[in-house]
Design a protein around this ligand. Structure first.
Ligand code: AHM
Ligand code: MG
Length: 338
């Protein structure tokens, strides 16, 4: 990695260029995708920042003073990403948590060699109560030959095939965190100049976590091995220092805190949701990629999450994500949960 001093001001654009320059074979296409995503993130951020004013400016589903139909923020965020990404000539297909099928590149635009998967506004139910939300993205290289539109096979690839992944958190600051497989780097949006500035270079996550993020209102629907794992994390079986429970209910916010401070995010399967809740392609895989790049790990409770080959676009997966030792313990303790 190129070294900057602690006080160097490095924009995300400059950082992306410097990273690319380290790989003479790079064509600049992936960098272009990252630039465009950073622009989309700024646009979504500006919408999220005004979310509390929606009652004044017009509630979702109603018409505003100009007679325009108000859309929900997750729908707006979805449209922003599509508009920012569909014409760059770098993507052959997209898929979004908000859309049922593959999003085709409009015929007037060139197709490229990458695929973009995204959750435009994760945790959007939290917006009404001013809790952080996030955008999550994943970039894959197309596997089908040719230069035309991408196909299902291009989208349904195991997470280990990701060439880049990241998230944006709209919290007390807006931050974009990404990896292209060479460490994890975080950028904070300076709203006064509209630039993402490098604030968290080369993020590493502690091997043993301090925080446990889990919704334990599902406890009665968990299997016995999952219950035993939670007792272990809480130090109730005497085998571990108790973890602090922190659950925002907004995956990006919970993951971000755990990434920086060390911790594990857990969303197991339960009798009501046999595959858990979270989507493999839009939520689990990108964050698993980031976790591994930062020295952490991710599992679906049976195997390394990034090895799972998806069968469908909106497939759900149980998730154990974060500090390496805690994720490995989950995999070990759930061996009997099969
Ligand atoms: P969404 O994609 O519909 O926003 O749902 C995903 C969110 C995650 O951000 C969060 O971790 C999870 O749902 C919380 O679910 P639960 O309320 O079951 O704990
Ligand atoms: Mg989501």
């Amino acid at each position: 990695m190129i070294s900057h001093s602690d006080t160097s001001i490095v924009t995300i654009d400059r950082f992306i260029i410097e990273q690319e320059a380290q790989f003479p074979e790079a064509t600049g296409e992936l960098s272009g995708i990252l630039y465009d995503l950073a622009v989309a993130a700024k646009m979504i951020s500006s919408k999220v920042r005004r979310a509390g004013l929606i009652d004044i400016l017009g509630a979702a589903g109603s018409e505003n003073v100009q007679g325009e139909h108000q859309q929900k923020l997750d729908v707006i965020a979805n449209a922003i990403i599509i508009k920012a990404m569909d014409h760059g000539g770098r993507l052959c297909a997209m898929a979004s948590e908000e859309e049922e099928g593959i999003i085709a590149i409009p015929p007037q635009f060139k197709c490229g060699k990458y695929v973009l998967l995204f959750d435009p506004l994760d945790g959007s139910s939290n917006i009404d109560v001013n809790v952080p939300v996030g955008t999550i993205f994943s970039v894959l290289r197309r596997v089908t030959p040719g230069t035309g539109h991408g196909a299902t096979a291009d989208v349904l690839q195991a997470g280990m095939k990701q060439v880049a992944a990241g998230y944006v958190i709209y919290g007390s600051s807006t931050m974009l965190v990404y990896s292209t497989g060479h460490g994890v780097h975080g950028f904070t949006l300076d709203p006064s100049i509209g630039e993402f500035l490098l604030s968290h270079p080369d993020i590493r996550t502690p091997e043993l976590g301090k925080y446990l993020s889990v919704n334990d209102s599902y406890e009665r629907d968990w299997s016995e091995p999952v219950r035993a794992l939670m007792r272990y994390y809480r130090g109730l079986d005497g085998n571990r220092e108790p973890m602090n429970v922190r659950y925002v209910g907004s995956l990006v916010a919970d993951f971000h805190r755990n990434l920086l401070g060390g911790g594990v995010f857990v969303y197991p399967s339960n009798t009501q949701s046999p595959s858990g809740k979270l989507r493999l392609l839009y939520e689990c895989n990108p964050l698993a990629f980031i976790a591994e790049q930062a020295g952490g790990a991710a599992s679906d409770g049976k195997r390394r999450l990034l090895d799972v080959v998806p069968a469908e676009l909106h497939q759900r997966s149980p998730l154990f994500l974060g500090s390496k030792i805690d994720v490995e313990t989950a995999a070990r303790m759930l061996l009997t949960d099969r």
